[in-house]
Design a protein around this ligand. Structure first.
Ligand SMILES: Cc1ncc(C[n+]2csc(CCOP(=O)(O)OP(=O)(O)O)c2C)c(N)n1
Ligand SMILES: [Mg+2]
Length: 810
C-alpha cells in the first residue's frame, strides 16, 4: 500500500441526517445481498444439493460505494455497468427502492429469479448494461458516452440532461485487454461523462494481486487524458494520522504488502495489535494510537479504507463538477463486514449457517424477518422510507426509453450491373441511401475498425462524413490533392472511424444499438469488418446480442473467395457462428437483388419491439426482432435478370428459394450459398444431359432456414400438427431417392443438416482448412468446391450413368 491523494481539507459537510440514513442503508444492503446468496444456496442444497458460487465477498466489496452512488450521487440519466459479482448488491438496492420483488430475490440464480450477473434482458429491475464477461461492461460505458455525444451532436435528445456513464470495475477486471483498447479509442474520440470506479480490493478470483498496481493504473489513465482520483484512507484513519505519532502509522500502512494487509484483515484486532506492536509499537507517540483502542476498535481503524467510508465517497463523488473522464481508484476489502474479509480464498466463499446467524444477530434481524426492509435499523421506518422516496436516482421510475421507429421502405434503390459482388453492391446500396434526405438515411450510423475503405463504406462516408465532436477538414482536399475519399470530420458526420480493434467495433455497435433504450433516440448502426475477424470480437458480439443491442454487421470479404487477399484472411467458421449466435439473423446472399431485399428487411427487423419474449411460435424473432449479420464477398458474379416479386422477396428473407425447381424425376439437387452460385449453376448445366431435372436451391440464410425448421419440429411435438417450416415446404416434392449436394465457401456442416429435414442423402461440400493462397479457381479446385467437385459429389450420391463432363473436366 502506498501514498494517497484526496485532500481532507476539501471535505465538505455532509448533513448528519443524510449520513445516518446512508449508514443504515449500507448495512441493509450488505445484509440483503448476503442473505439473498445464502438463502438461494440454502434452498438449492435442500432440493438438488448443488451449491452455486458464493460471491458474498465480491459483493460486499462494493456495498458502500454502491450505497453512496445509488442512494445519493446518481441521477436518473446516469447509467451504470455493475461488476458482475456485485449483482446481489444491485438487486438489494433496487429492492429497497421498491423496484425489485422479494420473489425474484428469493429465486436468486434460480429459474426466472434475479440473475447472478446483472442482465438487461433477464432481470426486471432496470439493469442498464449486462455484465458477466469481465471487461465488456466497463468498455461499454465508454462507448455509451460516445454514443450520447453522437446523438446530441445530431440535435436529438437535447431536452434530456446529459448522463454519466459509470462502470463499477473489479480490479482484476483491468487485466482484460479490451479495456485498454477502449481507453485508447476513447482518447481519440474525446470521451467525456465517463466514470470508472475501480473496486481496488487487491484480490482477483484466485489470489491477491501484485503490489503497486494502482500506480500503473494512475499513469496509464493520466496518459490518456483521464482524471485520476485515489481514494485510499477513510475518515477514521485520516483522523488517526493527524494524532501524535500518526505519521508512523501512515508510513507503516503505506508500506504494508497487500498479502500481509489482507491476512491481518482476516485475522482481526488481536493480530493487528501484535503486528503493529512488533513493527512500530516502540516508536514514541504511535504506541498510544495502538494501545488506546480495543481490539475491535483497532480492527475497525485499520480496515477503514476510503471505499468503505461513506463520507469520503460521498464527498469525492459529489465534488466532480466537470465532464472529463475520471477514474476513481477506491481501496476496498473483499468481503468487508463479513467473516472471510481479506481471505485470499474468499471469492466463491459462502458463509456457514453459523456465520450467517452471527451476522443476522449483529444486524438485529429477527428470524423470519430477513426480507423486511427496515428490520433491525435504528432509525424509524418512516424516516428511511421517506428518504428512499426522495432518492434522486429513482425519481423518474424505470429508465428504459423507447426511441420512435424509423420508417423503412419495402425496397431500397439500387441499379444492378450485369456483373457485381455483394460487397460492391452493399457499397452501392449505402451510396444510394446517402443521397437521400430521408429520416432513414439520417438515422443510419456506420462504423468500421480501420477497414472503411476496404469494406466499401467509402462512397457512404464521402457523402455523409465522419463523426467527431470537433470539425476537422481533409487537408488533402483543401490542398487539392486528388483522392477518391473525402475524409472530413464534423459533429454532423455519420461514420465513426475506429482503430483496428474489432472488440471496440462490437462494443460500439452494442452501445449504438441500445441508443433507443438509453437515449430515447433510435440509431440504425451498420458495422463492417473483415469476416475472419469476427472471431476477434466474438465475445463482445455475443454480449451485444445478449443485451438486445440492435445493429447490422457486414463481414466482408469472407471465405477463401477473397483468394488474392491471402490465406490468412480466409474465414471458415463464420456461417456456423451465424447459425449458432442467439439474437443474430445471418444471411449470405449471392446476388445484389437478394442483398437489397435483405438490407431493407434488416433495417426494419433491427427496430422490432425489444420488450417481448421470444416464444416458440415466433422463433424466427420476426415480431421480436434482433440484429443481422451479412456475410459478403468481393467476387464479382453475373447477376440474374429477374423481377423481384413479393414471393421471391419473402423466400429470400425466409432463407431459400428454388433457382431451378427439381422435376418429379429428379435424382439430385444442388443447394448452394453465396459466392459459389456460378459453380453451382455451371455444375447443374453440365450435368443436365446425364441427370434428369436437377434442382438448384439458392440458400440465402442457412440460419433462418434452420431455426424455422427446429421451431416447426418442436411445435409439432407440442401438438401444433400443421406447423411447417419453409425448408420443409421447399423440399416436400423432392423425391425421396434424390440426393442433395450442398456447397458453400464455409464449413460444410452449415448445410449438412438439410438431409435431416425429409431424410434425403446429403453430400455436404465446403471448406475445412484455410491458409492456401491462389486464384479463386485454384482454391475452389484445391478445396473441392468447384463445379467439377460438385459434379463428382452428385455422381457419388446419385449413381447412374457416368456424368460426361466430370471426365472432361477431371
Ligand atoms: C471474461 C471472463 N473471464 C473469467 C471470468 C471468471 N471470473 C469472474 S470474477 C473473476 C475475478 C474477478 O476479480 P475482480 O475483478 O478483482 O473482482 P472481485 O472478485 O475482487 O470483486 C473471474 C476471473 C469472467 N467472469 N469473465
Ligand atoms: Mg478484486
Amino acid at each position: 500500500m502506498a501514498d494517497s491523494r484526496p485532500d481532507p481539507k476539501r471535505r465538505r459537510d455532509i448533513s448528519a441526517d443524510t449520513l445516518t440514513v446512508l449508514r443504515e442503508l449500507e448495512k441493509k444492503v450488505l445484509w440483503l445481498a448476503s442473505w439473498t446468496i445464502h438463502n438461494a444456496n440454502h434452498l438449492r442444497e435442500s432440493s438438488d444439493g448443488l451449491k452455486v458460487g458464493g460471491h458474498q465477498a465480491s459483493s460486499a466489496s462494493l456495498a458502500t460505494i454502491m450505497t453512496a452512488l445509488y442512494f445519493h450521487v446518481l441521477k436518473p440519466e446516469d447509467r451504470v455497468a455493475v461488476k458482475p459479482h456485485a449483482s446481489p448488491i444491485f438487486h438489494a438496492i433496487q429492492y429497497l427502492l421498491g423496484r425489485q420483488t422479494r420473489e425474484k430475490l428469493e429465486a436468486f440464480r434460480g429459474y426466472k429469479g434475479a440473475q447472478s450477473y446483472p442482465s438487461r434482458t433477464k432481470d426486471t429491475d432496470d439493469v442498464d448494461f449486462s455484465t458477466g464477461s469481465v471487461g465488456l461492461g466497463v468498455a461499454q460505458t465508454l462507448f455509451s458516452s460516445l454514443v450520447q455525444d453522437y446523438v446530441r451532436a445530431h440535435g436529438w435528445g437535447l431536452d434530456q440532461p446529459e448522463g454519466r456513464m459509470i462502470a463499477l470495475v473489479g480490479d482484476a477486471e483491468l487485466d482484460e485487454g479490451n479495456i485498454f483498447e477502449a481507453i485508447l479509442e476513447g482518447w481519440k474520440q474525446g470521451v467525456r461523462n465517463c466514470w470508472w470506479i475501480i473496486d481496488y480490493n487487491r484480490q482477483s478470483l484466485d489470489a491477491v494481486v501484485r503490489e503497486g498496481l494502482w500506480a500503473r493504473y494512475e499513469t496509464l489513465f493520466r496518459g490518456f487524458g483521464w482524471d485520476v482520483v485515489i481514494l485510499k484512507y477513510g475518515s477514521l484513519l485520516q483522523e488517526a494520522f493527524a494524532e501524535p505519532g500518526g505519521e508512523r502509522l501512515r508510513a507503516w500502512i503505506d508500506h504494508c504488502p497487500n498479502q500481509l494487509y489482507s491476512a491481518l484483515v482476516f485475522q482481526g484486532g488481536a493480530a493487528w495489535r501484535k503486528r503493529l506492536r512488533d513493527d512500530i509499537g516502540d516508536q514514541g507517540a504511535v504506541t498510544q494510537i495502538i494501545e488506546k483502542r480495543s481490539d475491535d476498535e483497532l480492527a475497525r481503524l485499520m480496515t477503514n479504507l476510503a471505499g468503505h467510508d461513506l463520507p469520503a465517497l460521498r464527498e469525492v463523488f459529489s465534488s466532480i463538477d466537470h465532464d472529463r473522464p475520471t477514474c476513481f481508484i477506491c481501496y476496498t476489502i473483499k468481503g468487508y463486514g463479513l467473516p472471510f474479509a481479506g481471505h485470499k480464498d474468499n471469492h466463491a466463499g459462502l458463509m456457514t449457517p453459523t456465520q450467517m446467524q452471527a451476522l443476522q444477530a449483529a444486524m438485529r434481524v429477527r428470524p423470519g424477518c430477513e426480507w423486511e426492509k427496515f428490520e433491525g435499523l435504528e432509525l424509524p421506518a418512516e424516516n428511511i422510507q421517506s428518504f428512499l422516496d426522495h432518492v434522486p436516482f429513482a425519481a423518474r421510475g424505470r429508465r428504459r426509453e423507447r426511441g420512435a421507429r424509423i420508417d423503412v421502405p419495402a425496397q431500397l434503390t439500387v441499379s444492378i450491373p450485369a456483373v457485381t459482388s455483394t460487397q460492391a453492391g452493399f457499397g452501392a446500396l449505402l451510396n444510394e441511401l446517402a443521397k437521400e434526405t430521408s429520416n432513414l438515411a439520417a438515422r443510419v450510423v456506420t462504423a468500421s475498425p480501420d477497414v472503411t475503405v476496404s469494406t466499401n463504406l467509402g462512397p457512404w462516408v464521402n457523402r455523409r462524413g465522419l463523426f467527431a465532436r470537433e470539425t476537422l477538414a481533409d487537408t488533402f482536399k483543401s490542398e487539392r490533392i486528388p483522392s477518391t475519399f473525402a475524409w472530413e470530420y464534423s459533429p454532423k458526420g455519420q461514420h465513426i472511424e475506429l482503430g483496428i480493434a474489432e472488440m471496440n467495433l462490437f462494443i460500439l455497435l452494442s452501445a449504438l444499438g441500445l441508443s433507443h433504450a438509453i437515449n430515447g433516440e433510435r440509431l440504425l448502426p451498420i458495422g463492417t469488418l473483415y469476416d475472419p475477424f469476427i472471431a476477434r470480437g466474438l465475445d463482445a458480439l455475443n454480449y451485444a446480442c445478449y443485451q438486445e443491442a440492435r445493429f447490422i454487421l457486414a463481414g466482408t470479404p469472407s471465405g477463401i473467395t477473397l483468394a488474392p487477399e491471402g490465406g490468412a484472411h480466409q474465414s471458415i467458421g463464420t456461417p456456423l457462428i451465424g447459425i449458432a449466435q442467439d439474437g443474430l439473423a445471418a444471411f449470405e446472399p449471392a446476388f445484389l437483388d437478394e442483398l437489397s431485399a435483405v438490407l431493407a428487411w434488416a433495417l426494419a427487423y433491427i427496430q422490432k419491439d425489444d420488450e417481448k419474449e421470444v416464444s416458440e411460435r415466433n422463433w424466427l424473432r420476426d415480431d421480436t426482432g434482433g440484429s443481422v449479420y451479412l456475410r459478403l464477398s468481393t467476387r464479382p458474379i453475373e447477376q440474374p435478370k429477374r423481377e423481384m416479386t413479393p414471393e421471391l422477396r419473402q423466400a429470400i428473407i425466409d432463407g431459400a428459394y428454388w433457382f431451378r425447381p427439381p422435376g418429379p424425376n429428379s435424382e439430385v439437387v444442388i443447394a448452394y450459398t453465396g459466392a459459389l452460385a456460378p459453380e453451382a449453376i455451371e455444375a447443374v448445366g453440365l450435368m443436365a444431359e446425364d441427370r434428369r431435372d436437377v434442382g438448384l436451391l439458392a440458400v440465402t440464410s442457412a440460419d433462418r432456414l434452420n431455426a424455422d425448421w427446429t421451431a416447426a419440429s418442436r411445435a409439432r411435438e407440442r401438438g401444433l400438427v400443421h406447423a411447417r417450416s419453409h425448408i420443409e415446404r421447399l423440399l416436400a416434392n423432392v423425391p425421396s431417392h434424390c440426393g442433395i449436394v450442398s456447397v458453400l465457401d464455409g464449413h460444410p456442416a452449415t448445410l449438412a443438416w438439410l438431409g435431416a429435414v425429409h431424410g434425403h442423402r446429403v453430400r455436404p461440400l465446403g471448406v475445412e482448412h484455410f491458409g492456401q493462397t491462389g486464384s479463386i479457381a485454384d482454391l475452389y479446385r484445391h478445396y473441392g468446391i468447384d463445379a467439377n467437385a460438385i459434379i463428382a459429389a452428385a455422381q457419388a450420391i446419385a449413381p447412374g450413368r457416368p456424368i460426361r463432363h466430370l471426365k472432361a473436366l477431371g
